[in-house]
Design a protein. Structure first.
Length: 275
């Protein structure tokens, strides 16, 4: 027996053009979910999912959003699915300097200031820095002005030979980690700008000296970034936080990255700075 969930109209004609089908199939395959599994999650049927993917039927707006939710589709791409299905985008993209974002900006800035003396910053989907605390400013001492001209880009600052790359002791390992992170994001966003940034930073030369920190050990709990600063080596592990259930594309694409000291010497030095 075929069951079509409320909100899904199997008899509706598909919109002109390729429609939502190829996009939906791409997300389902990317998530390694079968048509039957997706149907069970969304309260639909494998037959209806098949019809949508092949362009034989058009899902309701509610069903598009339900499928996107169960496939964990990013907010920007949910708008793309809606458009492909013939509906208006659901999620706005509000500039960060819009007055409606005042409370968000103030809260984020308070959060990263409260993390001092440890470094913390906020980046957008293209890794442009939208906020940073004094811990980050400390790490950027000595970086040439042309890399500090707005918009600051965290990947470019980190991996450029004139940026932090020359001071990162374990650059090869940290570089591999960052490039893998970007590669995963490109797979989700289908962004030409992000792909261009990846190709740029991946092409930067890697200095010959790149190895473990001064004690020859690496913490087992996470890969650290070991960076020279003012005659000493500081060691950090990073954590990235995003907003839960965002209803705006801009907010959905913000990421707060905090750097936690990975050894007692780094803690002691940062606390001595009085930031």
């Amino acid at each position: 027996m075929t069951v079509v969930a409320s909100g899904a109209d199997a008899s509706s004609p598909a919109p002109p053009g390729p429609g939502i089908g190829p996009l939906l199939r791409g997300w389902r395959e990317r998530r390694r979910v079968s048509q039957l599994e997706l149907a069970l999650r969304a309260g639909s049927s494998a037959r209806h999912i098949s019809f949508v993917e092949t362009g034989r039927s058009r899902p309701s707006e509610e069903m598009v959003l339900r499928l996107a939710e169960h496939l964990d589709v990013p907010v920007r791409e949910r708008n793309a699915l809606l458009l492909a299905a013939g509906y208006a985008p659901r999620y706005p993209e509000t500039p960060l300097d819009d007055p409606s974002m005042d409370a968000l900006r103030a809260g984020v800035e308070q959060l990263i200031r409260g993390y001092e003396p440890y470094p913390a910053l906020v980046v957008d989907a293209g890794y442009d820095v939208v906020a940073a605390n004094r811990g980050i400013t400390m790490l950027l001492e000595g970086v040439p002005d042309h890399l500090l001209a707005p918009p600051l880009n965290a990947m470019r600052l980190t991996l450029h030979p004139e940026g932090l790359a020359g001071r990162i002791r374990n650059l090869r390992e940290w570089r591999d980690h960052l490039l893998a992170q970007m590669d995963r994001q490109i797979a989700l966003q289908r962004s030409a700008a992000l792909r261009a940034l990846y190709e740029e930073v991946a092409a930067y030369p890697v200095p010959g000296r790149s190895g473990p920190g001064p004690d020859g050990t690496v913490p087992r709990f996470a890969l650290p970034m070991q960076i020279e600063h003012d005659g000493r080596v500081l060691s950090f592990v990073s954590s990235i936080a995003t907003f839960n259930t965002p209803m705006d594309v801009t907010v959905a694409e913000l990421a707060i990255e905090t750097f936690l000291p990975a050894d007692p010497a780094t803690v002691k030095y940062l606390q001595s700075l009085g930031l």
